[in-house]
Design a protein around this ligand. Structure first.
Ligand SMILES: [Zn+2]
Ligand SMILES: [Zn+2]
Length: 795
């Protein structure tokens, strides 16, 4: 009988929602287990990565619930960033800057409702056990208040400073960006060899990929050991088209004498080396690029142009003036903004920074106290921290986002921060309380907004209501678990750790699990441009949500796995097996749990009970280590290959024909094994487990749902290696007989007149002769001792 899996799943989703089985009860006496769920960007669609990672997190949430924890499983939507603003602007045909922030925030919250609804429905369709009543948005009042409060707290601690600093800048997005938002990209370019002249009339040649920055050239660097340039050190070099401006030649160990001509020109700023050198040489900064990416009047003949056109123009002019020696096409790696792929520029701008470089060693040491699953992922955090070069620039020149709670005095420019009680606040709309130390009462509000990670790094504080409910926060913080992807260890995990260390002097969680990615069947990342995106909805339609969850339960944490449709097929097959085997069990045991009489157990019963309890014991230990696949895989193999394929067949005759102790015992064992394995499967395939529980084992249920049942405890007194060995021997004899019957093209119930089994441990198997005879309809069974295992049958 085929079951409509999709219909069944919908039915249970509705029922669970009605019964509020995922609701967190803050008054519960149970110990809390809390999960700091990654808030997805509101896009309206659930992709395979969501389905994969959130399912894995859900296994843990459901397991902890069954282990007796009051599970706090909140979810939020991340909608304070650029992606959301652009989505809403596009959808509504409006521009955020034409609205006040409050207005635009309202428009965003309203404008994303539809997308949120779609995502909520999609997440519900794979039975993610979030408590939706806890839903937050990273732009809502609570998130803004928390984020601004974090700013005030850091300000008080002296962890914030504002300065005109070389800042990595995206000319296309017109905003400062952080180191973590950089991406390397290989670009075709040309290496231009330019000849300069010293004031003594000597020629010196440099090579550069950025000739357009020449008006910002402030020095020339050569390696101290480079004999070719010894005589130039300390001399003045004339820069063309600058009315005779000169720069000095310095020695610098960073210069590679083998690269280009061995002489490098230092511009403010071409790259990160230029920023470093400015601190070492005391040369002036000449800023020639505006925030919109155009060149300013200091760029002289390049004024008004942009990087690419400026480059063409300067090459033309230098060529005319006879300064170009040669040009070589090269490929080189440039830093681009990961979002728009525009090469970044480095410009000076007033920005707020979180001072955090001084504590690098402390972060590394503190993060060692975290439980990392898998442990090797910690290395990625360490590498990131060791490579940090800049303090955290949190200013974004964006209208939409969480505003800085800051004003500046019109008279003396000193900053004034908001009062806690004013939060959340928009300084463009609200005036500060009080006056400046200079006496002035006139202020301008900060126009910039926070880097989106400044707020995302506070999800534990948002979830635990840091700024709203101190008592709740005390109880809930730190959280137990942060599940997240490996791609945002540097951004999300790191910044969250830093924030919690600053604000609470604690780690934000006890454990961090790093999930892998769902790749396409060939192991490539799924992306729209590659056309290899597989939609989870389609897979649910075709195979069921539990099949998808089953697939997500197979790999270990951190592993990227290719999506293979055949695994959906095998998932569905497994669900069907579960439904069918349990239907049979229920039919012969009539649903009522019977007490097992240990004295009446036959060898096959002892074997299956031993194995069951071993699977429970080892599966539980694995789950406690977050290795859920080491619970699912053995439980599935046990259920399918040992219970359904053998044990059920071996005891059929007993439960049908024997009304005495043997029949009763077999029925009781059948139900015990079926029920406990069903509990093991519940976190993974909750719909199917619920269907079976409600249909067949209603009397075993202590509450409304199998999802609320206790996780099974292993009865270690039943674990018996010797019994399992006998069980294995029985099964291998039966398997061999089945094989021979099938090879002889006989139906499985064909009687066997005589069978001779040769087996090493014959004595033990002799006690089990009955079960073999019964199961395979053997009239005469002879068991002989021998090294070589063999089964000979006669029909
Ligand atoms: Zn950009
Ligand atoms: Zn002032």
């Amino acid at each position: 009988m085929a079951v409509d899996l999709q219909k069944m799943e919908e039915k249970w989703q509705k029922q669970w929602e009605k019964d509020k089985i995922y609701k967190f009860d803050p008054k519960s006496k149970k110990p809390v287990y809390s999960i700091d769920t990654p808030p997805p960007t509101v896009s309206g669609t659930m992709h395979m990565g969501h389905a994969f990672a959130y399912s894995q997190q859900d296994f843990i949430a459901r397991y902890k619930k069954m282990q007796g924890f009051e599970v706090f499983h909140p979810i939020g939507f991340d909608n304070n960033g650029l992606a959301t603003a652009l989505m809403v602007e596009k959808k509504k045909g409006i521009k955020s800057k034409n609205f006040s922030r409050d207005e635009f925030i309202k428009i965003v919250l309203k404008g994303t409702e539809e997308e949120e609804k779609k995502m909520i429905a999609a997440f519900k369709s794979i039975a993610l056990s979030f408590d939706w009543s806890l839903l937050y948005r990273t732009i809502d009042d609570l998130a803004r208040k928390t984020s601004q409060y974090s700013f005030l707290d850091l300000y008080k601690q002296g962890r914030l400073y504002r300065k005109d600093a070389p800042t990595m800048w995206c000319p296309s997005c017109a905003t400062a960006i952080a180191q973590a938002e950089l991406q390397d990209k290989e670009k075709d370019s040309s290496f231009v060899y330019i000849q300069f002249e010293t004031t003594d009339g000597e020629k010196i040649e440099i090579a550069t990929t950025r000739p357009e920055l020449m008006p910002a050239c402030v020095a020339i660097h050569v390696h101290p050991d480079d004999k070719r340039y010894k005589k130039f050190v300390g001399k003045k070099v004339k820069i063309p088209f600058t009315d005779g401006r000169t720069v000095e030649v310095y020695t610098n160990k960073d210069v590679d004498p083998e690269f280009g001509t061995g002489a490098v020109y230092h511009c403010t700023f071409g790259d990160l080396d230029d920023v470093k050198w400015i601190l070492e040489t005391n040369v002036p900064i000449i800023e020639i690029i505006n925030k919109d990416g155009t060149f300013n009047e200091k760029a002289g003949i390049l004024k008004g142009l942009r990087t690419e056109t400026a480059r063409k123009k300067i090459i033309e002019e230098l060529e005319k003036a006879g300064h170009i020696v040669k040009q070589e096409p090269i490929k080189h790696v440039v830093n681009v903004h990961e979002r728009c792929k525009t090469p970044i520029e480095i410009i000076g701008a007033k920005q707020w920074f979180v001072k955090y470089l001084d504590l690098r060693d402390e972060y590394i040491a503190k993060a060692d106290e975290l439980q990392w699953i898998p442990p090797y992922m910690k290395k990625r955090l360490d590498n990131w921290i060791n490579g940090l070069k800049w303090d955290w620039n949190i200013s974004r020149q964006r209208h939409y986002g969480v505003p800085f709670p800051v004003w500046y005095c019109k008279k003396c420019e000193k900053e004034l921060v908001a009062d806690e009680k004013q939060l959340p606040i928009d300084p463009l709309k609200t005036k500060p309380k009080g006056k400046c130390t200079c006496g002035s009462t006139e202020f301008v509000g900060e126009k910039d907004t926070f880097d989106t990670w400044f707020t995302s790094s506070l999800t534990p504080q948002i979830n635990c209501k840091w700024v709203e409910d101190k008592k709740f926060f005390e109880k809930m913080f730190p959280m137990d678990l942060r599940p997240q992807g490996h791609d945002i260890i540097a951004l999300w995990a790191f910044n969250t750790i830093v924030k919690a260390m600053f604000h609470q002097q604690k780690l934000p969680w006890k454990t961090i699990t790093i999930n892998g990615w769902a790749l396409d069947s060939k192991g490539k990342k799924m992306s729209k441009s590659l056309g290899n995106v597989i939609r989870p909805e389609e897979m649910i339609q075709k195979y069921s949500a539990d099949s998808l969850r089953y697939w997500a339960g197979l790999p270990v944490f951190g592993e990227d796995i290719p999506f293979q449709e055949k695994e959906m097929v095998s998932g569905r097959k497994f669900l069907t097996k579960m439904l069918n085997a349990n239907r049979f069990v229920s039919m012969v045991t009539k649903g009522k749990p019977e007490k097992i009489d240990k004295k009446a157990l036959l060898p096959e019963d002892k074997a299956i009970l031993s194995k069951l309890n071993r699977v429970i014991k080892e599966g539980t230990e694995a789950f406690d280590r977050f290795e859920f696949s080491k619970c699912l895989n053995p439980a599935r193999n046990f259920f399918w290959l040992e219970f359904a394929d053998f044990y059920i067949e071996e005891v059929k005759a007993r439960v049908y024909n024997d009304k005495g102790a043997s029949g009763k015992t077999a029925a009781a064992v059948l139900q015990e094994v079926a029920w406990k394995t069903l509990l093991l499967f519940t976190p993974f395939v909750p719909h199917t487990a619920e269907e079976i529980a409600q249909e067949h084992f209603k009397e075993r249920l202590s509450g409304k749902s199998i999802c609320l049942e206790q996780w099974p405890k292993a009865d270690e007194s039943l674990i018996d290696e010797e019994a399992e060995k006998i069980g294995e021997a029985i099964n291998s004899v039966i398997a061999e007989m089945r094989k021979q019957k099938s090879e002889a093209r006989k139906p499985l119930n064909t009687p066997i007149k005589k069978a001779v089994v040769t087996i090493e441990n014959a004595k033990n198997l002799e006690q089990s002769a009955e079960v073999i005879k019964r199961t395979m309809a053997v009239e005469k069974l002879e068991i002989k001792k021998g090294k070589e295992f063999s089964v000979k049958i006669e029909f």
